[in-house]
Unconditional design. Structure first.
Length: 148
């Protein structure tokens, strides 16, 4: 996953508004639409952080076979699963948002109480277990249930 110069979303939107031909727009900006598979993202993260998938799967409190299916690309994560992995990786808010984008899930939105809890806990580096306790104390759905 080599880092290449990425065009910002705002710049891409500006170019889209300026272009008269949608086909030409896509041809000129093809690299902006190359998306990393979530399984590749996970594997790359483990490699760069010298972790084995089992360690991350365990910290994310995921079922082992399901976790390995995420790494192999056989299964796609739910939004909650992405957040569990973000906490297990020690991600900050921006990294968690990037993970949600890669997984093609809705971003965290502070006007939703449950999302506000995640944003707060990620920002303050609160553990997955302690985040679950906060969710429970507030009467909000825990991670791993159905997507909210």
């Amino acid at each position: 996953m080599a880092e290449e110069k990425r065009i910002s979303t705002e710049e891409l939107l500006k170019l889209l508004f300026q272009e008269r031909s949608l086909e030409r727009f896509f041809q000129r900006n093809e690299s902006a639409y190359l998306v990393t598979a979530f399984s590749d993202y996970l594997s790359h993260w483990c490699k760069t952080h010298q972790q084995v998938p089992e360690q991350l799967i365990r910290r994310a409190n995921l079922e082992k076979s399901f976790g390995h299916q995420l790494f192999s690309g056989k299964r796609r994560p739910s939004r909650d699963t992405v957040l569990q992995l973000a906490f297990a990786m020690g991600a900050d808010v921006a990294q968690a948002q990037d993970m949600l984008k890669i997984a093609r899930k809705s971003l965290l939105y502070p006007r939703i109480k449950r999302d506000a809890v995640f944003i707060y806990c990620l920002h303050h580096r609160i553990s997955l277990v302690d985040t679950e306790i906060i969710l429970e104390d507030l009467g909000l759905p825990l991670l791993g249930g159905r997507d909210q």
